[in-house]
Design a protein around this ligand. Structure first.
Ligand SMILES: Nc1nc2c(c(=O)[nH]1)N[C@H]1C(S)=C(S)[C@@H](COP(=O)(O)O)O[C@H]1N2
Ligand SMILES: [Mo]
Length: 160
């Protein structure tokens, strides 16, 4: 019988990984037919910019840090820029270390303009370092265990 514990993206206890899996912050968007588009964080600099302020990173093992002001491009704007805004019902956002989460289209549609779901490349008015997670997915509504705050985004996969 399928068990949610077989799914690494289901809620689970997790010790945060402090070390980037690589030095290269390139990432890819994987279409539902398997094809991949290569992307670089540079691309985000030329897109409409958004901010999520008052974000807390709540580690169950190491306490809470923040509030932070994360800046970047909303995940919704990024997918629309690629012309893929209607091409999925869910997105799977994973790092090379296997950590990840899923975001539904419904969540993107009801994005709070004051705290949207972001692909963040800046924190507190400074560039986000690779060590701190470049690119980092920020899901401001998650305030329990940081299990959706994906550091080192490596692949955004479209699920239909
Ligand atoms: N890629 C990746 N992202 C991750 C993790 C991880 O292990 N790998 N750990 C998560 C957990 S459990 C926590 S508490 C936070 C820690 O974020 P920080 O290192 O910025 O404090 O990152 C989250 N994002
Ligand atoms: Mo955590």
């Amino acid at each position: 019988m399928p068990n949610s514990s077989d799914d690494p993206l289901a809620p689970h206890a997790h010790e945060p990984n402090p070390d980037p899996p690589s030095s290269d912050a390139s990432f890819m968007v994987q279409l539902s037919d398997g094809r991949c588009l290569g992307c670089s964080p540079e691309l985000l600099k030329s897109l409409p910019r958004s901010v999520s302020a008052n974000v807390f990173i709540v580690s169950t093992g190491h306490g809470t840090s923040g509030p932070f002001r994360f800046e970047g491009v909303t995940l919704a704007d990024f997918m629309a820029f690629l012309g893929l805004g209607e091409a999925f019902s869910k997105l799977e956002i994973v790092s090379e270390d296997g950590f990840g989460t899923r975001v539904t289209k419904g969540e993107l549609e009801k994005n709070d303009p004051l705290s949207p779901i972001l692909l963040a490349d800046r924190i507190d008015n400074r560039p986000l370092s690779r060590r701190a997670g470049l690119l980092r997915l920020i899901v401001p509504s998650e305030r329990d265990d940081a299990l959706r705050q994906v550091k080192w985004v490596y692949r955004i996969r479209l699920l239909i």
